[in-house]
Design a protein around this ligand. Structure first.
Ligand code: AMP
Length: 548
């Protein structure tokens, strides 16, 4: 039909272009590892992105190539967020907290050609160097971490690279369905899976983050992503902020307690986003030391369920609203937000809290379903629990070069999340359990299946199961239940179990000695599978009450 709207592509560079034109003076603030503050503005960001695009071209980067980052939250990382997609290349943000083997797999699987690495993370890149031969160049970003760092070879300095590049770059014509970024997420077992974000999905997701009933980012905000920029584009916040001209404050690696509180205070931050652990540690610190956080109105919490005390006490003690949201790497990530609708404002406080603790309603653009065991739709009555399935323009349709991981995508175009949920008559999603066998510690995954397999290899162990134990600070920790093999002397002790896991897991993923339990047998379901539900209940009884 004629008379239609323009077929105008939704592209990441147009977010930058607008910010540079409309809000050139608005600030972008970063905290270095030594506590010093770096200030720039959107006008300067635009110029530096031009330089970076030219510099990337001089390194031989072409459209479609993958450019990786091993970096904390900073203005330089933001420059990469714009420069790499703007030239048609793909920004691959890497979670450098993963185990060494997983990092090796991810970098090789994505075929990253160059890696931008913070100096504080450079020793890790140096240690990985031999295992990632496809990487042609490392670019070191000096985040002012104290002391010398081992550097991977060959390495050049980020600022030297930019200084040598001209400040006007050509922007190629891009298709909105081209890849802009990618991020790997943990699989239940085996290697991580790559999720690829398009320009279109990134743009629409950023816009959705600005909706008043979602993230409500606007020009008036001073926003701090306390979620790492290697976690699903820091939940899209840097793009939403640039889209609206909001001031952005990047905490570097200073995500814990004191440095975060100081930055929130000194920069008069108005809203911040992070996993529950970040806010638990902040709360504990704020109870010990007084700060003026009168500018801060909202803490967005997601990645794991927000605990009730967090919503209640931040508001009661500091007048800060905690807003609960749900999302996944595969959903860009934001899928649902739990804001009260107007009629709920007249409800009792108790009922309001009950609703705010739910994961919330889908943002406009995202559709939800709950599926029964046979794939049938379950009613939205707040009682029936099924697997949450979603679809929408910023939901993944497959995993990158990984057809075996396709089972999560239904033939009729829905993504099965692996989360178990109910949906009530208002459309509020409430997660009740996780179908996928994964443990989430401080926002990072641990595969219980991989851990079980590794433990079971020990000659003194007959069988083992690993489940999440709720923890007030870490959200979840791995609890290992072990049946000793009869007749093996000396009998296996907790430290033996941990030692046997050490080569295969990152240190932070290892269980604590008190979380290794020896049992006579493991409970089974009717079909003979280990009954993880029973085990989860068992270990939950062992957890301490919420802190704060
Ligand atoms: P990731 O892909 O690492 O972002 O993790 C996504 C998963 O984290 C989801 O599938 C959920 O299992 C969990 N998750 C995210 N947000 C929440 C939340 N608000 N409450 C409970 N679990 C959550």
């Amino acid at each position: 039909m004629n008379g239609l709207m323009m077929d105008w592509p939704l592209l990441v560079p147009s977010i930058l272009y607008r910010a540079g034109r409309i809000y050139p003076e608005k600030a972008i603030i970063s905290r270095h590892a030594d506590g010093t503050i770096h200030r720039m503005n959107y006008g300067e960001l635009e110029v530096r992105v031009h330089r970076l695009m030219n510099a990337l071209r001089s390194l031989g980067i072409r459209p479609g190539d993958r450019v990786a980052t091993l970096a904390w939250n900073s203005h330089r990382h933001l420059e990469l967020y714009f420069a790499v997609p703007s030239m048609g290349a793909v920004l691959h943000t890497i979670n450098f907290r993963l185990a060494r083997d997983q990092l090796k797999y991810i970098i090789n699987h994505a075929e990253d050609r160059v890696v931008f690495v913070d100096r504080s993370v450079a020793p890790l890149a140096a240690a990985l160097r031999e295992d990632i031969p496809g990487v042609e160049q490392f670019i070191v970003m000096d985040d002012r971490c104290p002391g010398p760092s081992a550097l991977p070879e060959p390495a050049i300095d980020y600022e030297d690279l930019l200084a040598g590049a001209s400040e006007r770059a050509e922007f190629p014509r891009l298709d909105e369905n081209m890849a802009a970024g990618m991020c790997y997420t943990s699989a239940t077992t085996g290697e991580p899976k790559g999720v690829v974000y398009s320009h279109r999905s990134t743009y629409l997701h950023a816009m959705a983050g600005c909706l008043a009933d979602a993230g409500a980012l606007s020009e008036r905000e001073i926003a701090l992503p306390a979620v790492p920029m290697f976690h699903v584009n820091a939940w899209g916040m840097p793009y939403s902020c640039a889209m609206t001209g909001a001031t952005q404050v990047f905490p570097g690696s200073g995500l814990i307690g004191q440095p975060l509180a100081e930055l929130l205070e000194s920069q008069r931050v108005t809203c911040a986003a992070g996993v529950p652990t970040i806010w638990t540690l902040l709360y504990q610190h704020l109870k010990e030391k007084t700060y003026d956080l009168s500018s801060l109105h909202t803490l967005l919490v997601g990645g794991s369920a927000a605990p009730r005390w967090m919503l209640e006490r931040f508001e009661r003690d500091f007048g800060i609203r905690v807003l609960h949201a749900w999302g996944m790497t595969e959903t860009s990530p934001v899928g649902t937000f739990s804001r009260l609708r107007s009629e709920m404002l007249a409800w009792s406080e108790e009922r309001q809290i009950e609703y705010r603790l739910k994961q919330g309603i889908p943002i406009a653009g995202v559709e939800t379903r709950i599926l029964g065991d046979g794939g049938e739709d379950l009613p939205w009555d707040g009682e029936h629990v099924g697997e949450l399935a979603v679809r929408g323009p910023w939901i993944a349709s497959s995993y990158y070069n990984n057809p075996e991981a396709g089972a999560a995508f239904t033939p009729d175009g829905w993504f099965r999340t692996g989360d178990m949920a109910s949906i009530d008559r208002y459309g509020y999603v409430q997660l009740t359990d996780r179908k996928k066998d994964l443990i989430k510690r401080k926002g990072e995954w641990i595969s219980s299946v991989d851990m079980e397999n590794a433990v079971s290899c020990h000659p003194g162990i007959a069988e083992a199961a690993v489940v999440a134990r709720p923890d007030p600070v870490c959200d979840e920790l791995p609890a290992v239940l072990v049946v000793r093999r009869a007749g093996v002397e000396p009998p296996v002790e907790p430290q033996d179990v941990i030692d046997s896991l050490a080569p295969k897991f990152a240190r932070w993923q290892l269980p604590l000695p008190e979380d290794v339990h020896f049992v006579e047998s493991l409970p089974r379901t009717g079909v003979g599978k280990i009954d993880k539900k029973v085990l989860r209940q068992l270990v939950a009884g062992l957890s301490k009450p919420p802190g704060g």
